[in-house]
Design a protein around this ligand. Structure first.
Ligand SMILES: Cc1ncc(C[n+]2csc(CCOP(=O)(O)OP(=O)(O)O)c2C)c(N)n1
Length: 547
């Protein structure tokens, strides 16, 4: 037995390892194979446990916790159906590069892969998770638990974060072993090639009209200060993706916002790009959603910084590839640019202002009702409030036109596009930030997918407003049927409950809004309420605003 080893069960080793990595909260739902983990958690007051009503919500909560903090979000599920219930949420975390760790249990090692017929047996649980994780592993002995947890954390912290899954057979959890708990280590991210950094510095210094494109990788690297300083130094307007929203405050004169994918003002944006001699992109994959399916044209000189070499050159040819952590590379660029002389730049602040105003006018004319609602939210919420959006009509407009002032304050499942994300993810964010305002923005369809978590919110005192835009249907799909299928509606109109009564049944607050002027006061009240509150926004209100 090594000098520092301690006798404990596998379950105790797991909980001690998570605690050693600084895990403060676990979202989960128990099952027979996981009971030893629960017993180990019982002893561990350092880790808060939030019990959910559906495992999918546990993974979304871990995701909301992770996206709003940058820390690893942890969920705990039992073997088979419990684990399988998290697949959409893990797919969402994968698509959005969110560091979610799922711990699952497994049936007894001696029964694995035999198909003998035991409770919760799954044909290939590891294989199932392989499609939605960056890395996953089954632990085969209690002694290996600490190093596996360490390895999972290192994967998520030192490279592009992707969800990971660890599964532990029930016998490995219950056996006693001499275990050494691995201590958390400092992150070590890859450092960029110096010659390439120097090349970028020289080009940025001499470029007259540079533009910056910032994605979620800048948020992950906690590099918004560096990005802003660089933008100001080289006077570059900054476009973001929806994951990059907030890396530059939305009201900064150099902020172009995030609407590159949209029809509105596309010609103006293309004009700005055509008039630019260099695009510096950081922490982005130039996804179809953010580039209008790659229809945007970029300047010939396209410099791309990304920690994941596979993303560079995949969607656009680049003239300079810098593989590295966006934070470290931006710091290097800044330090070197400050030492050298930065050449004259053409000020584009007026151009940015005209673009922003014109786009707003277009959106007000076409999406006025939604923009007015979002304006009300923005003026009611403090700058550091976290807005968590679902796949709903208002959120589509929000993802492009809701002003965001700080990174990690706008969460949106735009990549995988998981309906039902917002409410549980907002609960996870609120658990992480109890002193900050957090609000969920859902449609009736998306909210109903996870409305059972009102019980979780009430039980654990996770008090936040949940806006539910009730248009009694999947309106985005209803619109498609009306426009593309001659109004042959099927499967898109929904019976919806009385949301105020539904909230009441769970012990939450509820209010129905039929006038825009009542929304701000209702939201203010809900933000300070000592219970979660559903604010149902009636379909008739949205219709009346649309004129
Ligand atoms: C898990 C999942 N199932 C189905 C879909 C397809 N989908 C996308 S939007 C949508 C309708 C959403 O309805 P609602 O939340 O009421 O918002 P609305 O469109 O009415 O604004 C559906 C079913 C999806 N994105 N994710």
């Amino acid at each position: 037995m090594p000098a520092t080893a301690t006798r404990m069960t596998g379950a105790q080793a797991l909980v001690a390892s998570l605690a050693a990595e600084g895990v403060e909260v676990i979202f989960g739902l128990p099952g027979v194979h996981a009971m030893s983990i629960y017993d180990a958690l019982y002893e561990h007051s350092q880790i808060r446990y939030i019990g959910v009503r559906h495992e999918q919500a546990a993974a979304y909560m871990a995701d909301g916790y992770a996206r709003s903090t940058g820390r690893v979000g942890v969920c705990l599920t039992t073997t088979g159906p419990g684990a399988a219930n998290t697949m959409s949420a893990m797919g969402e975390a994968y698509s959005s590069s969110s560091p979610v760790l799922e711990i699952c249990t497994q049936i007894r090692s001696s029964l694995l892969e035999k198909g003998k017929g035991v409770l919760h047996e799954t044909r290939d649980q590891l294989g199932m998770f392989r499609t939605v994780t960056g890395w996953n592993k089954r632990v085969e002995s209690a002694e290996d638990i600490p190093s596996t947890v360490r390895q999972a954390m290192t994967k998520m912290r030192n490279s592009r974060p992707r969800p990971v899954q660890i599964e532990i057979p029930v016998d490995v959890l219950t056996v006693g072993a001499d275990v050494e708990i691995a201590q958390s280590r400092k992150n070590q991210k890859p450092t960029a090639d110096e010659t390439k950094v120097k090349e970028a510095v020289a080009a940025l210094a001499s470029s007259r009209t540079p533009v910056i494109w910032a994605g979620g990788g800048v948020v992950t690297a906690d590099a918004s200060d560096e990005l802003l300083e660089l933008a100001e130094l080289i006077q570059a307007p900054v476009l973001t993706t929806f994951k990059g929203k907030g890396v530059i405050p939305g009201d900064h004169p150099l902020s172009l916002g995030n609407w590159a994918s949209a029809g509105e003002g596309r010609d103006l944006l293309q004009g700005l790009l055509d008039g630019s001699d260099l695009l510096l992109a950081a922490g982005t994959r130039f996804s179809g959603q953010s580039t209008g399916e790659w229809s945007l044209r970029f300047p010939q000189r396209l410099f791309h910084i990304d920690i994941d070499p596979e993303e560079i050159g995949k969607n656009y040819p680049v003239s300079l590839a810098i593989v590295g952590d966006a934070g470290q590379v931006l710091q290097e660029l800044l330090a070197r640019l400050k030492e050298s002389s930065v050449g004259e730049k053409t000020s584009r602040i007026d151009e940015v202002a005209v673009l922003r105003d014109t786009v707003r006018e277009i959106v007000m004319a076409t999406q006025g009702a939604r923009l007015q609602v979002l304006d009300t939210l923005r003026s009611t919420l403090p700058r550091d409030a976290v807005a968590v959006c679902d796949m709903t009509m208002v959120a589509y407009v929000a993802s492009r036109h809701f002003r965001v002032y700080q990174p990690r304050t706008f969460l949106y499942p735009g990549g995988f596009g998981s309906l039902g994300f917002a409410f549980p993810a907002a609960l996870g964010a609120k658990v992480a930030w109890p002193e900050r305002e957090v609000v969920a923005i859902c449609g009736d369809g998306g909210f109903i997918m996870g409305c059972q978590e009102l019980a979780t919110a009430v039980q654990h005192g996770i008090n936040l407003p949940v806006l539910v835009f009730n248009d009694a249907g999947y309106s985005v799909l209803r619109m498609t049927q009306d426009v593309q299928f001659s109004g042959r509606r099927i499967g898109v109109d929904l019976h919806t409950p009385n949301f105020v009564k539904l909230a009441g049944a769970f012990g939450a607050g509820g209010v129905r809004i039929t006038r825009l002027e009542d929304l701000g006061p209702a939201l203010k009240k809900a933000l300070t309420a000592d219970q979660p509150t559903i604010i149902e926004v009636s379909g008739s209100l949205m219709e009346s605003l649309s004129g």
